[in-house]
Design a protein around this ligand. Structure first.
Ligand code: O2Y
Ligand code: MN
Length: 608
């Protein structure tokens, strides 16, 4: 299809404007066909940008090495350009939208010279679902097109749903590297230097403008940019929730099922939990989504969730048949690998894949790499943020209802983070507002020095949405409180806080995690049914010491430690929230949350 044949006048006009500004060599509509995917893949292999993987070991697989400067989301170059700075709030970078559009229009001027401009019509969520939203991404990166074809539903069927005047989110992306006459990338990953990268969101006009990065969340604009930053604003305006949450289904031995959504900061094992293999007999866990949940109230008053994505963009290092067999099976074929090491016979390898590196590899920086087990300081062969892009339909644990356009009814919401101390293995909020309080104080230990924080410190990441909330976080808290006011407690999901990451003072893990987390999910399941063994504590409702079956290696003492209320630790937490966290939100902090903090402090003081 040629873009002049598009029936949607506003979309055609926008494409015309972008073509005139960016001056590409050619314009192609991503039609969602396998033939087009295959042809993009062959072109990228031929140009040297992609590596074709071993036909039997990774059928249909390709690999990329990005530029070493373009390896992750760039939070300090990510902007919420709302009409006012106040609307973006204290946790977002803000630039005046007119100023930002002027700067970026200059950058976009001629930026696609020598390249093909691709128009990608995509649906976040099953095509036609009334929870789904349509986006159109214009990009000059074939890498982005192929990844979007796995991560979202792309193609002409989306244009059909859009019709002649349907609503869509404009997503404009360029790698920011125009080619002069006769120039080629010579197989190198095109991108712009850091100070020219912009990942910009215009919430009022529902637009995304991204420039200079070809990587992941910066470039696959359906994911973090649309499904979280822009969708969080739409959800606020329309009374629903767009969240950084996995969705899973638990079935008990009696065949009863429950659906759980869970928010954890990035790099806390969401994909592993979403694909968990239970260690407890006859319990089943299935996957609906591993990163994002859109949740709307149904006519029966219950909260229904869809996974707006169609694939997984998972971290490769640490993924193995032991840690996450379902992820390993998902990526067996038709997958894209970015910044993984490549073996001599064109298979992929990464640290923590579960077996030693073959004698010789090409590392993610494209250098020869030989494993030196004696050298603890050896640079890794794969980048720590190396990724696989795999179709969700290939996941053995995918639930049959994962594409149900009506979504699944959510029974429980979990919050969590990496907390070596203080926060117990699991506790339950007393009611919705208490649950919102727990979401608002989510924090996680920084494992490697990142941003301007040093390893070992706790970074507060409310609702795991700190990098992804498209408006003032205080108003976002208020939106959650308001949801509780407008919907009956009996229909609202129960809220829990979990922590798989407790350590002893000597640094030993207290809880094995992974499949053993099913024991905690079982308690959550029972708590939703009102059959769990519970005890009321100053921080919320907790399991009794015998409520959760202990896995091998967890002693009675370990369990007592995991389920202890560390009164002094929590009082320190209260002061940290009071001094360093809540004041950031100023007048926008909901009074209900300030009240919850006072109540918790009082409860703890009485228990001292
Ligand atoms: O670094 C990137 O571009 C990807 S970040 C990402 C990818 C998949 C799921 N979650 C995340 C995240 O940062 O939360
Ligand atoms: Mn994520």
């Amino acid at each position: 299809m040629k873009y002049h044949e598009i029936k949607h006048e506003n979309l055609k006009k926008w494409i015309d404007e972008v073509v005139a500004l960016t001056k590409p060599e050619d314009v192609v509509i991503a039609d969602g066909s396998k033939a087009q995917y295959d042809s993009l893949v062959s072109d990228m292999i031929e140009s040297g940008l992609a590596i074709k993987l071993h036909e039997e070991k990774k059928p249909g697989g390709i690999a990329f090495f990005s530029d070493p400067s373009d390896v992750a989301r760039v939070e300090n170059r990510t902007y919420i350009a709302s009409a006012t700075k106040e609307a973006a709030g204290p946790t977002n970078n803000w630039i005046d939208p007119t100023e930002l559009k002027t700067t970026m229009t200059d950058l976009y001027d001629g930026c696609m010279k020598g390249r093909t401009l691709y128009v990608i019509p995509f649906s976040m969520g099953p095509v036609g679902s009334n929870i789904a939203k349509i986006g159109v991404e214009i990009t000059d990166s074939p890498y982005v097109v192929t990844n979007m074809m796995i991560m979202t539903r792309v193609g002409l069927r989306v244009l059909d749903v859009l019709g002649s005047d349907g609503e869509y989110v404009q997503c404009l992306h360029s790698v920011g590297k125009p080619l002069s006459e006769g120039e080629s990338d010579e197989g190198k990953w095109p991108c712009a230097p850091l100070d020219k990268k912009y990942i910009s969101h215009f919430p009022e006009t529902r637009q995304i403008w991204s420039y200079g990065s070809g990587y992941g969340g910066n470039a696959l604009l359906g994911k973090k940019c649309l499904a979280l930053r822009i969708a969080s604003v739409i959800a606020r305006d329309e009374g629903w929730l767009a969240e950084h949450m996995l969705i899973l289904k638990i079935t008990s031995p009696a065949g009863k099922k429950k659906y759980v959504a869970a928010a954890f900061p990035s790099a806390c094992g969401k994909t592993n939990l979403a694909m968990l293999v239970p260690t407890i007999k006859d319990w089943k866990v299935e996957t609906i989504g591993d990163d994002i949940a859109w949740m709307k109230f149904g006519a029966d008053g219950k909260l229904y969730a869809i996974n707006p994505e169609a694939g997984f963009f998972g971290v490769a290092p640490g993924t193995s048949l032991d840690s996450n067999p379902n992820a390993m099976h998902s990526l067996k074929e038709n997958s894209i690998f970015t910044n993984c090491a490549i073996t001599k016979d064109n298979d992929v390898w990464w640290e923590g894949i579960g077996y030693d590196a073959p004698s010789e590899l090409i590392d993610w920086k494209e250098n020869k790499w030989i494993q030196d087990k004696g050298n603890k300081d050896q640079a890794p062969a794969s980048h720590p943020n190396a990724r696989f892009t795999a179709p969700a339909s290939q996941c053995p644990s995918i639930a049959s209802e994962w594409e149900d356009p009506n979504g699944v009814p959510i029974d429980a919401i979990l919050f969590g983070g990496r907390r070596p101390h203080t926060v117990p293995l699991v506790h339950q909020a007393r009611d919705w507002n208490h649950g919102v309080f727990l979401g608002s104080i989510v924090g996680s230990e920084i494992t490697a020095a990142a941003l301007d924080l040093k390893a070992g410190t706790i970074r507060r990441d409310p609702f795991a949405m700190l990098p992804f909330c498209g408006y003032h976080m205080g108003e976002y808290f208020q939106h959650w409180i308001n949801i509780g006011k407008t919907h009956g407690q009996e229909n609202l999901p129960k809220i829990f806080y979990v922590n798989w990451f407790r350590k002893t003072d000597s640094g030993k893990w207290l809880w094995p995690g992974f499949g053993e987390n099913s024991r905690v999910l079982k308690w959550v399941f029972e708590a939703c049914d009102g059959t769990a063994k519970t005890v009321d504590t100053p921080i919320g409702v907790m399991p009794t010491l015998d409520a959760i079956d202990r896995p091998d290696g967890v002693s009675d003492e370990d369990m007592a430690e995991l389920l202890k209320v560390d009164v002094q630790g929590w009082l320190d937490e209260v002061s940290d929230i009071r001094v360093n966290h809540y004041p950031k939100f100023g007048q926008k902090l909901p009074v209900e949350l300030a009240h919850m903090l006072d109540v918790m402090e009082k409860n703890l003081s009485l228990a001292k």
